[in-house]
Structure formats: C-alpha cells, structure tokens
Design a protein around this ligand. Structure first.
Ligand code: IMP
Ligand code: MG
Length: 181
C-alpha cells in the first residue's frame, strides 16, 4: 500500500486500511443478518457507481436468501420551470411489495438519498432501509434515518474502495483522505 498518492491535482494519504474496512463491513453485515433473518427475500439495491466494491464485500457476508440489483440515478434538465429532474435507471424488476435495502457508498448532505427514497416510494415497496459504507453526520441535513452505517467520518473528502475524485480512485483498496503536500 502506498501511503501517499496523487489523484489529478490533489494529494491524498491513507486514512482507513483495507483490513479496517473489512472489519467495518463485517460488523454492518452482522447487524443486517440479525435484523433480516425473518424477512422474506429482501432486495439489496446498490447505487452505482460508488457502491460496487462495498456491495460485493457486503454480500459475501450476508447469510439469508436475498436478491441484488443496481440502480443509477441520472439527472437531466427538465423544462425550465422544473429545473433538474432525477430519474432512476436500471430497475427492471418490480419492487412493489418487496423489502429494499439501499446500499450507498457515502451519505453526505443527504440530497441524493432523499431523492432516491422519494423515487423508490412511488414504486410501493413494502419497506426501505438504508445501508451506507460512510456517513458524514456533521454534513447531513435531512431527517431520513440512516439505518446501517459502517463508518462515520468528518467532513473531509475521501477516495478509494469505490469512491471517486472526478471518477478516479475507485480501484484503490484503502481509503485515502485529501492532505496538503
Ligand atoms: P449527498 O447527496 O450530499 O449526500 O452526497 C452524495 C454523493 O456525493 C455521494 O454519492 C458521492 O458521490 C459524493 N461524495 C460526498 N462525499 C464524498 C467524499 O468524501 N468522497 C467522494 N465522494 C463524495
Ligand atoms: Mg457517488
């Protein structure tokens, strides 16, 4: 593992190692295993692109029957009066009446998760819970409960393990944080 790296114009240093990530993912998986033991075939719904690595490691630690799907939230410009409109792509199967566990890479202000839960609610799932690898409690501005949090961090910007800086750095095994020099 390299301690310091450069991604585009920024310097980063290791903040959380792959081993520490593995432990945090195990802990959150254990909690979900306990709470979903008697829930009929839940669907883990990963939000692309950031959640792909977390989802992969999380699912290996899940011990009940469940399905997996990914969605992407795309924005497009609506009519001028509407402004930015968000839409969900990739949801082929009906989620009506199903128990959904959203899998996110990081919840920051909460804007994304709020949009997503609103769009999902229209599809009438039986229940929706949120599982995120990282949560920034000091940046969070919404009321929606974040049910499963693997790791809480401050307001610093991180990359690695699926998270990107301008689409780069998703392949890194460890989590890196912005640093000076
Ligand atoms: P929110 O809508 O403010 O909660 O932020 C959601 C999105 O911002 C996440 O899905 C990430 O794509 C991005 N994001 C927020 N903080 C970070 C970070 O520290 N590193 C990389 N991406 C981040
Ligand atoms: Mg993202």
């Amino acid at each position: 593992m390299k301690n310091k790296i450069r991604v585009k114009d920024l310097n980063f240093e290791v903040m959380i190692t792959a081993a520490e990530l593995d432990k945090a993912v195990s802990e959150v998986a254990q909690k979900i295993n306990q709470e979903y033991a008697n829930v009929e075939e839940p669907i883990f719904l990963g939000v692309l692109n950031g959640s792909f690595m977390f989802m992969s490691d999380l699912m290996k630690k899940i011990d009940f029957e469940s399905e997996l799907s990914f969605v992407k939230v795309a924005s497009y410009e609506g009519t001028e009066s509407v402004g930015e409109v968000k839409t969900l792509i990739g949801l082929n199967d009906s989620i009506k009446g199903r128990h959904i566990i959203i899998v996110e890479d990081i919840v920051d202000s909460g804007n994304s998760i709020e949009h997503l839960t609103q769009m999902l609610a229209e599809l009438e799932p039986a229940s929706v819970k949120i599982c995120t690898l990282f949560f920034k409690p000091n940046a969070y501005q919404k009321q929606i409960p974040i049910d499963y949090v693997a790791l809480e961090i401050g307001n610093e910007f991180i990359v690695g393990y699926g998270l990107d800086y301008d689409q780069l750095g998703r392949n890194l095994k460890d989590i890196y944080v912005v640093c000076n020099e």
